[in-house]
Ligand binder design. Structure first.
Ligand code: ADP
Length: 227
């Protein structure tokens, strides 16, 4: 089972990827995390990527496809994976089709959150300088002891650019996957555990494992609300 998470920056893909990967016993693959690690390691590719990421723009489809292809070659992805941040363009989705060939079922969940909430979430977000995870609200430091900082690309002007790039480059993926009946739109404004539950239900439904109703409904004609 493979799950692709799509949704604008700040819609909760990273949080959900970790939770769902745990529930599904498969690895979560976050292209943003892979890129930030390359930046931290100071490799030439990482340095080039940093400039692009700090402007809120996208890394080339070729580079991203190579990164994901190499990650999918690793043995731990054989039972499946949760993809967070890839694909982000239709070209990447076409490349992913090839990479997913023979890897079993693929489900796509789109997290839907209004723009004002996204801007609020991202500009208020604090991450740990040392381990990179999102901080708990109100906490003064990370559990690992690292200090909390804003991500360089969470400045409001960069956030607006990321949202603009999302609209033109990534939004068309909803149609791409919707036309194949692979897409499940999920309300990303709900509490994280409810978002997780709804995605799990969508996965079950797509596997034809929809739960049987637990209550028996009376026939509609017996309803007191009907004439
Ligand atoms: P978010 O989803 O919150 O924008 P990510 O952590 O997923 O943040 O990604 C951070 C940045 O990394 C993106 O703004 C982009 O520059 C780059 N990036 C990540 N994944 C991709 C991708 N699939 N294609 C192109 N660029 C990417």
């Amino acid at each position: 089972m493979n799950l692709i998470l799509i949704g604008p920056p700040g819609s909760g893909k990273g949080t959900q990827a970790v939770r769902l990967a745990q529930a599904m016993s498969v690895p979560a693959i976050s292209t943003g995390d892979i890129l930030r690690k390359a930046v931290q390691d100071g490799s030439p590719a990482g340095r080039a990527a940093k400039a692009v990421m700090d402007r809120g723009e996208l890394i080339s489809d070729e580079m991203m496809t190579d990164i994901v292809s190499a990650r999918l070659d690793e043995a731990d992805t054989r039972p499946g994976c949760v993809l967070d941040g890839f694909p982000r363009t239709v070209n990447q989705a076409v490349a992913l089709d090839r990479l997913m060939d023979g890897r079993g079922h693929v489900v796509v969940a789109e997290l839907v959150v209004p723009e004002a909430a996204l801007i609020r979430r991202l500009t208020m977000r604090r991450v740990c300088r040392r381990c990179g995870i999102n901080a708990q609200p109100e906490s003064p430091a990370c559990r690992c002891g690292g200090s909390l900082v804003s991500r360089a690309d969470d400045r409001e002007d960069v956030v607006r650019e990321r949202l603009r790039v999302y609209e033109c480059a990534t939004r068309p993926l909803a149609e791409f996957y919707g036309a194949r009946r692979m897409l499940h739109a999920i309300d990303g404004t709900l509490a994280p555990r409810l978002v997780t539950a709804r995605i799990m239900n969508a996965i079950d439904a797509s596997l034809g494992l929809e739960l049987q109703p637990t209550t028996v409904c009376k026939p509609a004609s017996a309803s007191p609300w009907r004439a």
